[in-house]
Design a protein around this ligand. Structure first.
Ligand SMILES: Cc1cc2nc3c(=O)[nH]c(=O)nc-3n(C[C@H](O)[C@H](O)[C@H](O)COP(=O)(O)OP(=O)(O)OC[C@H]3O[C@@H](n4cnc5c(N)ncnc54)[C@H](O)[C@@H]3O)c2cc1C
Ligand code: FES
Ligand code: FES
Length: 498
């Protein structure tokens, strides 16, 4: 075991703090508002949707600070150990921060409840578009992406977007670089100590192992199954919305091997604790459709927090990535005391809420072929472009040899109790040419593959119809070489309907 420490240690603004945790499930937002009395950070929804609680989290990577905007309402205090937390109170010095000044200049605030969250998201964008001394002025798409996780119910978004544009062209305030240097040095010293956060309190345990070996020891030592905590974009809601008390939390975000991306000649391996935001360029390189899928995953704050492993391990039938990864032929590496085992990703999903994962195991990484089949497409169907869960997600992949179909892999989300391959439909396509008869037979087989449920998102009939239409759309893509690419549509709304 590594040396351990029983207090959460982080920099709040520019002040290093050590905090005793009395509840492993304490959220950063509750700590900020109720204990640190920093009430500028607001609670709107307490479920990661509205962005009123947005703060900046800085982490030390390769000796420089990387900032991300995060939702404090679903981030647990133990997760910021070894990091810097900046709230709206920390932005101004003698003068306002450029993000604050721009909101005033453009009349970007009315009731003001959403304003601190917007200011923090704009401040994050201002840092993002800086590369050394040069500034790459963000275009409208970049601003929209950055602000999609912040909701305003009175001002309207026009003035806020103008404010973001102005703020990003401004230099960083002088005091910013001074505090950056000081914080970098503190985080660097902490990093060198390499000690494990291990907090035992009356209501439970919060531990952040630093290696997979240490994680395995924790997993074997627990009397009752612990909760593995990655980005908390699901678990945070168990606490804030379901009022669950989680007795033992093992945080995976300090294990560097789980945060690694390995590109090999024939495979791409993405560690389970890699954030969705960080995985985006890697997956976009495999297919632009994967890039768009991630672009539509929650919003920026959720993608910065949420992980690839969490999106798989939660076993959700409507998780966005699993159907696409299954169609691409992904495998899952699962870690345990005896090392690792590897299974096809589709075999991981046994039934609703039941995954092929023992209590003493964890998802270590997902492995994708570096050169997937050439004809891969996937489409997410949801009511909104941003921040919406899929009603249906269809992912398709096959190889055409002289116009004949081989190795069809079609997988759907939202059509069954787990993400599931359409095996009858695939069989109906195998060895066939892409003509109308094949499409009709494949669509017919697809109806036999699934018996979808009706819920708030969609009726069973809607889901069946959409799945058949997606197959039709895929046929058009295969048959018509000049079918518009996903990026050629001018309006994002074009993707929400088939
Ligand atoms: C506002 C909002 C929008 C969202 N939008 C989308 C969306 O568009 N599409 C979508 O698919 N999902 C969406 N989600 C759901 C969620 O963001 C994703 O499922 C996310 O990938 C979960 O990852 P996490 O790291 O936050 O998991 P956590 O919340 O930390 O954990 C989730 C589950 O996985 C387990 N787990 C995590 N990592 C591992 C591991 N390595 N090994 C074993 N078990 C593990 C945990 O124990 C827990 O049971 C959204 C959530 C919110 C709050
Ligand atoms: S309070 Fe709404 S996202 Fe946190
Ligand atoms: S100013 Fe009122 S919600 Fe945005």
């Amino acid at each position: 075991m590594q040396p351990s420490r029983d207090k959460v240690r982080f920099v709040l603004g520019s002040t290093p703090l050590e905090i005793s945790l009395e509840d492993p499930g304490l959220t950063l937002l509750d700590y900020l508002r109720n204990q640190a009395c920093l009430t500028g950070t607001k609670e709107g929804c307490a479920e990661g949707d509205c962005g009123a609680c947005t703060v900046l989290i800085a982490e030390l990577y390769d000796n420089s600070l990387k900032y991300t905007a995060a939702n404090a309402c679903i981030l647990l205090l133990g997760m910021v150990d070894g990091k810097q937390v900046l709230t709206v109170e920390h932005l101004a010095s003698d003068t306002l921060h450029p993000a604050q000044q721009a909101m005033i200049d453009h009349h970007g605030s009315q009731c003001g409840f959403c304003t601190p969250g917007f200011v923090m998201s704009i401040a994050a964008l201002q840092l993002d578009v800086r590369h050394g001394d040069s500034i790459q002025t963000p275009d409208r798409e970049q601003i929209d992406q950055q602000l999609a996780g912040n909701l305003c119910r009175c001002t309207g978004y026009g003035p806020i977007i103008d404010a973001a544009r102005q703020a990003c062209t401004q230099p960083l305030p002088d005091y910013w670089s001074h505090q950056q240097a000081a914080v970098q040095s503190i985080l660097g010293q902490w990093q060198k100590q390499d000690d494990t956060l291990h907090v035992e309190c009356e209501s439970g345990l919060f531990a952040a192992p630093r290696t997979e070996a240490e994680l395995v020891t924790y997993l074997s030592d627990q009397l009752s199954p612990p909760t593995l905590l990655a980005g908390a974009t699901d678990i945070g809601l168990w606490i804030t919305k379901q009022g669950r008390q989680l007795a033992t939390l093992l945080y995976l975000g300090q294990i560097s091997s789980l945060k690694t991306v390995n590109r090999r000649e024939d495979e791409l391996e993405i560690g389970a604790a890699v954030s969705l935001q960080r995985a985006e360029p890697e997956l976009t390189r495999l297919s632009p459709d994967l890039g768009l899928l991630l672009r539509r995953f929650g919003a920026r704050q959720v993608r910065s927090q949420g992980t690839i492993g969490g999106n798989i391990a939660n076993g959700s039938p409507i998780g966005d990535l699993p159907p696409a990864l299954i169609a691409l032929g992904a495998t899952l590496r699962i870690g345990c005391a005896n090392g690792q085992r590897e299974i096809p990703l589709e075999d991981f999903f046994v039934d609703y809420g039941q995954q092929d994962l023992a209590d003493n195991e964890y998802v270590a990484s997902v492995v994708l072929p570096a050169h997937p089949q050439p004809h891969f497409r996937c489409w997410k169907i949801a009511k909104r472009f941003d921040q919406d869960i899929s009603a249906v997600l269809g992912a398709f992949s096959l190889t055409l040899v002289d116009g004949v179909v081989h190795n069809a892999r079609f997988c759907f989300g939202g059509m069954a109790t787990t993400p599931r391959r359409a095996c009858r439909c695939e069989a109906a396509m195998e060895g066939r040419r892409l003509d109308e008869d094949t499409l009709a037979e494949a669509q017919n087989a697809l109806q036999q593959d699934f018996d979808p449920i009706a819920d708030l998102r969609a009726s069973a009939r809607y889901r069946r119809t959409v799945a058949a239409n997606l197959l039709d759309k895929y046929f058009q893509f295969l048959n018509v070489t000049d079918v518009p690419s996903v990026y050629e549509f001018s309006s994002p709304q074009a993707f929400t309907h088939v």
